[in-house]
Ligand binder design. Structure first.
Ligand code: T3D
Length: 265
C-alpha cells in the first residue's frame, strides 16, 4: 500500500483566487497517519500559507473513512522493542500539525466523510468549519488502546462540548455520530452523505470569495478568545479592526454596500 499519502487539487474561484482540496489518501487504513502522510500534510500546509492566491482549504478523506488517527501498524510494541516515546512523536509530528492548522491565516473547512478516530478527530476539530456526513462518527479511541486524547483532543473536546460530555466521550471511547456531534456543538453541521462534498465545496467557494484579511483576523481573534480575558480581547479586537479599517477590503466592502452589489475581494 504505497499510495500518494495525500492528494492535492486546486479549484479556481475567479481569475485570481482558488481554494485547495487536500484529500487524505490511505483509504485501506481509513487514512490513518503514518510518517509519509505527516510529511506530505506539513508540506501542503506550508505551501498553502505561501500561496497568496490560495484563499481557503478543504480537508477530507478518500474512501469510506476520514482518518483513524495514528497508524497502529507503526506502533506494534513487539516490533519496536518497547522503545517508543509517544511524547516525542507528538512533539515532532502531531503538535506542529495542530499548531500549523490553527495558525494558518486561511479558513479551513473539514469534510468528515466517515469514521474519525483518535488524532483523526483532533485533526478535524483543529479545522475552522467542520461538516460531517450523517453516517460519519467521531471516536475518542485512545482509552481503548491505553492512551489519553492527544493532538489537542482534550482541549478541543472540553472547549466544544464541555467537561461532562468530554469525560464521557474520552473515557467510554464510544462513537459520536454526526447529528449528535452537531447538536452537542462539536461540529458546524451534519449533512446527508451524498451532499457532503457539494456542501463543503460550496462553503470553500464562499470563503474563497470572502475578504482574506477579514477571515484571517476572525480566525486569529476567535482563537485568542478561547484563552484571553475580556480586557485583552478588547485590545486585540481594537488592533485587528484598526488594521482592517486601513485596508482595501474594508473600502471595497463599504463601497459595494452602497452600490448594492456583492463586494469583490
Ligand atoms: O505517535 C503516537 O502514536 C501518539 C499519537 C497517537 C494518536 C492516535 O491517534 S492514537 C489512536 C489510534 N487510533 C485508533 O485507536 C483507532 C483504531 N481504529 C478504530 O477504532 C476503528 O477502525 C474505527 C472506529 C476508526 C473504524 O471502525 P470500522 O469498524 O469502521 O473499521 P475497521 O474494520 O476497524 O477498520 C478498517 C480497516 O482499517 C481495518 O483493516 P483490515 O482489517 O480491513 O485490514 C483496520 O485494521 C484498519 N485500521 C483502522 N484504524 C487503523 C487501522 N489500521 C491501522 N491503524 C489504525 N489506526
Amino acid at each position: 500500500m504505497d499510495e500518494t499519502p495525500i492528494l492535492i487539487e486546486d479549484r479556481s474561484v475567479g481569475a485570481q483566487a482558488h481554494y485547495r482540496v487536500i484529500t487524505l489518501n490511505r483509504a485501506r487504513r481509513l487514512n490513518a497517519f503514518n510518517g509519509e502522510m505527516h510529511e506530505a500534510l506539513k508540506s501542503a500546509l506550508i505551501e498553502a500559507e505561501r500561496d497568496d492566491a490560495c484563499r481557503a482549504l478543504l480537508i477530507t478523506g478518500a474512501g469510506r473513512g476520514f482518518c483513524a488517527g495514528q497508524d497502529l501498524s507503526e506502533r506494534r510494541i513487539s516490533e519496536v522493542g518497547g522503545a517508543l516515546d509517544l511524547g516525542a512523536t507528538l512533539d515532532a509530528l502531531y503538535n506542529p500539525l495542530i499548531r500549523r492548522l490553527r495558525a494558518l491565516p486561511r479558513p479551513i473547512v473539514c469534510a468528515v466523510n466517515g469514521p474519525a478516530a483518535g488524532a483523526g478527530v483532533s485533526l478535524a476539530l483543529a479545522c475552522d468549519i467542520v461538516l460531517a456526513a450523517r453516517s460519519a462518527s467521531f471516536t475518542q479511541a485512545f482509552a481503548k488502546i491505553g492512551l489519553a486524547p492527544d493532538a489537542g483532543g482534550s482541549f478541543f473536546l472540553t472547549q466544544l462540548v464541555g467537561p461532562a460530555r468530554a469525560r464521557g466521550l474520552a473515557m467510554l471511547a464510544e462513537p459520536l455520530f454526526a447529528e449528535k456531534a452537531e447538536a452537542w456543538g462539536l461540529i458546524w453541521k451534519a449533512v446527508d452523505d451524498d451532499q457532503l462534498l457539494a456542501e463543503a465545496h460550496g462553503l470553500c467557494e464562499r470563503l474563497a470569495r470572502g475578504s482574506p484579511a477579514a477571515l484571517a483576523a476572525i480566525k486569529r481573534s476567535l482563537e485568542a478568545a478561547v484563552t484571553n480575558e475580556l480586557d485583552r480581547q478588547l485590545d486585540l479586537e481594537r488592533d485587528l479592526q484598526r488594521q482592517l479599517g486601513r485596508a482595501g477590503d474594508y473600502r471595497e466592502g463599504v463601497k459595494a454596500f452602497f452600490e448594492k452589489r456583492p463586494p469583490i475581494f
